[in-house]
Write a protein that binds this ligand. Sequence first.
Ligand code: GLC
Length: 608
Amino acid sequence: MSTASVDEVIADCSDLSLGDLPSEETEVLETVDDAWKSIARDDSTNRVDLGISANKVENTGKLRKDKVKLSVNVVFPGSSDGGGADTGVSDAVSNTSNGNGGKSTSVLKPSPSVGATLENHMDSPIGSGSSENSSSSSLIDEAWELLSKSYVYFKGQRVGTIAANDDPSSETLNYNQVFVRDFVPSGLACLMRNDADVEIVKNFLLKTLHLQGWEKRIDNFTLGEGVMPASFKVIHDPIRQKEVLQADFGGSAIGRVAPVDSGFWWIILLRSYTKCTHDYSLSELPEVQRGIRLILNLCLSDGFDTFPTLLCADGCSMIDRRMGVYGYPIEIQALFFFALRCARQLLNNEHDGKELIERIDKRITALSYHMQNYYWLDFTQLNNIYRYKTEEYSHTAVNKFNVIPESIPDWVFEFMPLRGGYFIGNVSPARMDFRWFLVGNCIAILSCLATPAQATAVMDLIEERWTDLIGEMPLKIAYPALEGHEWKNVTGCDPKNTRWSYHNGGSWPVLLWLLTAASIKTGRPQIAKRAIELIEQRISKDGWPEYYDGITGRYIGKQARKNQTWSIAGYLVAKLMIENPSNLLIISLEEDKKIAKPRLTRSASWTY
Ligand code: GLC
């Protein structure tokens, strides 16, 4: 173990490559391409976040998810413990950042989790991590057993996992189906386990692709060719005496909305499968290439848009009921960006491939500029919006969307810490939805839609607002809840989405895997460990519920299913990543240096 000052660490790591890492007996076939490095420096707080991880490929071509140890310890000048005590409290002294592009001179203390190394996590082999104790390992065993009971078979092959294996006496609604979005954590758990179980993921990808090929009609209207199902189930056809698949593309869903997220998750999971197995034969199949192209055609077609974001109906993603997330919701924009970057890696150049790749590149650049500029909110930017002039005309307008400052809700001023920031829920003409949504923010980090500084700021916000966003049972899907008149108007008096319940500020254990991935990626695994510990205290006793209710998430959700598969799989994925951070590579993307860097002039408090 070496100790170094901030400057020395930056200098030491600037030309670090895989060759510097211990190679043991396996040959390192991959280079820096397959490693991720993150070095973030904040002069104002004297801190360095450093993370490095790598996959090794054995001569057989099989991926070996080895730990890679990086023994660097950082001593922060003026601090005795290398990163601040774990008090969860920050003493904001002053923040004099200006809104005119001036450099921030904030003198905040380091966040509690900043400065700790990934060393402990990198060091511990799967199943024997330092956090591991017998109750945690029995919980893991229980989770694997429950996950295996959720497998859905079609003609003898496993093709997915059922949404919930609840008590049969309770109303099942459509929880007896395989949901595309719900299968993602199940699939990742199977890919990340030591003896990767890749078959179920491959079958799932091919079966859902097959369903995409169906003609999709709702009443007299035919849906776009690329639309992927929200869910499917296996039924027995008594006439033909065989098993058949039945899919829902939104035509049976509550609200009749097509799932915009399904196609994106499908592309993302396909890239995870390929990354994990190095089996390119699946993604290169002509029908798979066609499936990717059809999904992209739905979102890259020309229209009346003036923004690169994707226009959506309410309820088209995980929040599949009316919740005021229509327009340009963060979850879909982040998934769109993620899927574009994954497709970029998977598409081949044949036929019109080159032209499509050019369109993808242009959209990636435009989308990241738009999101990083207009969705980003921190203390400085909030203050800018608060002082906005309205009715500005022409391209010189500062207040481009004509947001009326009076529309800023009171809670944001309280909620916004001096350190931290986040991508807000929605931006469209005269409308900013200031609510926090966890999925969109974590996906922005995993896909590198967030700049490294923004990613750090999101994690800062989570720490600073731990009680609000994590509470007693991780994690809040959205914050804050809609109440009273707003709830009536926005949800249409939805009795399932009452305040602090379900999609309206409820707490969803499945989100643990996303938080864990984002924390490891930003070099802050302790954040995930704290959340995992909270989940471990209750989740099994409570029967692995779908969601929790209440302002701190204390109560099992009013209508929550038990044995909800993605709550189980989400926990497993979180554990698999925290115990072997190189598993993160299966789901996370590295920064693409070629993406044009947006000029960020309006808010500088997160610019180092
Ligand atoms: C609910 C959730 C949705 C999920 C489905 C199956 O409808 O809102 O996100 O996919 O249940 O678990």
